[in-house]
Design a protein around this ligand. Sequence first.
Ligand code: BF8
Ligand code: SF4
Length: 658
Amino acid sequence: MPIKKDVSKKKEPAPVKELTTCEATQMMLEKARIDGIETQFDRAKSMKACPIGADSACCKHCAMGPCRLNAKDPYGKDGVCGANIDTIQSRNFARMVAAGTACHNDHGMAMLSVFRDVVNGEIDDYRIKDVAKLESVAESIGIETEGRSVKEIAIDLYNELEKTYTGVEGEIPFAKRVPEKTLELWRKYNMVPRGAMREIMEMMSRTHMGVDQDYRNIIQQISRTALVDGWGGSMVATEIGDIMFGTPSPVAIEVNMGVLKENQVNIIVHGHEPNLFESMIESVNEPTLVEAAKEAGAAGINLVGMCCSGLEVLSRHGVPHAGNFSSTEPILVTGAVDAMAVDIQCIQQGLVKVAECYGTPLFTTNPRCKIEGATHIELHEHDAKACTDEIVIKAISRYKHRKFPVQIPKNVNIGVHGFSHEYINYMLGGSFRSSYTPLNDNIINGRIRGVAGVVGCTNPRVPQDSVHVTLVKELIKNDVLVVQSGCSQIALAKAGLTTPEAAVLAGPGLREVCETVGMPPVLGLGACVDNTRILIACSEMVKTGGLGESISDLPVAGCAPEYMSEKAIAIGQYFVASGVFTAFGVTFPITKGTNFEKLLFEGLEEMGLGKWGFSPDPYELAHMMISHIDKKRKALGIDKARDRVLMDMADRRDIDAA
Ligand code: BF8
Ligand code: SF4
């Protein structure tokens, strides 16, 4: 018999201000309530997170189970097969890393295939746009470029980079970019990855029932798998993206829902592979389609991005960005979106219902990601415009027949984005002496205390954007330069911190550097795959000298304070395995007081790698990162320099005041 709902006890919904600090999203959540629409925020409130899963204390790897252990007494009982808590949670963690790594590698490999077909002339919708980048990437892995044609270099580069995915033995090509000491350590622990297919396959096999049952051995393969994400598939995605579509350099651009235009055909592209977006840029500029939009009564076609592929084209071409992950449903509530085109990853199924309610056509375009209720128009890279032209035509038709009142929040924030590692090099050193020396010098002399990567998702379990913004403000106030990617970058852009003027919020040392160079204290690097730009920057800092010999010597730290995806876990683990202290917020999939917890949070650092940290509190996260940075400064013997600089500056201010 169906259970009748007791409406008398129905709780009042939480005030929208408690759900998100993004004003535009708040406004749309209010409207959604009036319109009777449900979003991830409502579902998160009504769906309590499973406490056993949250502690990673359950296993469903075989039909003798599923088995659940007691997180309050973790060693009190074992699974039916005898697996203990450390085996169970390390296997669960391993599979998250495998899934995240698979996503980034699948994306990177798809891009590499497009590159191959561009090089051999089978695809002409895309081309090699940045030859200098092609040459520098080729040289970085030992490919000769002197006196050779672009095509010759590109073919060699393809053949070499393919091993990132297919390499059965040996080391992945980008291992050549890892600082020698860091690489030596990986070799010692048998952590240097072979191809991603091999590593992910081995990870899945080792975590099957009755295979690897020693968490200390499982962590080796967890690290090797994560490293083939960071130094493998993700890095290939970034580098090939730059080669085909251009290496980003800073661009001032608008972010937030106000980038939608009431009198234009609004098209949102949301997802991760830049191919769809690049082709869509061509389509919305097609004169016949622009004409068609005008005939339908629109002033033009307005293309905007969301999530990661949005960040790629924001950085590369200055395309406006409408918001991060948690805003993807609320933006449809504006009624102003005439089409949303998606490809892969972080595309919530919930979009279908919201889109339907506002008559917005939702298009899937990738064979790997179809969604029940969405219309599938497949993008074939050999004729990419056929797909994107069709989506534009459908969007124009929806504009012409808009049935719903449109309400667009006015919020728009202009910020500077697009800081590739190449540009950071140039920005600090100038075109004649471009190098990381000025960055290292400013770290050594203490003006910059250290560098923090703040990245990752938004998660409706915490107020959207709030943890990102509070954390980053605290870091820059303490002279920590922040580099960003993914949804976090958009959170800070909306809070106005990606402008050079935000330097006033920084501590005196960082502020001085920002004002001298004219840069924001928060540097946006792009999509989540572009976290690899941080790895390269770390390598350059080591190679430049003065900050130790290994990535683990650097005064740097990482954080994903509102993470939700398995990709984030994979990213966190590749930073940890590369030598970086990496702290996560929201929740951590682990049972407290276990050996596996101790290994992740302490043991890995004792092995010379980085380590994990966790706190749901932004201030605590910031100070965990700052103490780590200070610990590294002390080990490098540069802790005193900072005291001197700060004293100098205080003295100078006193003199100024007098
Ligand atoms: O790769 S930050 S919610 S959009 S997973 Fe997803 Fe997280 Fe956003 Fe891009 Ni990254
Ligand atoms: Fe239970 Fe072991 Fe099967 Fe996991 S593998 S479900 S712990 S019996």
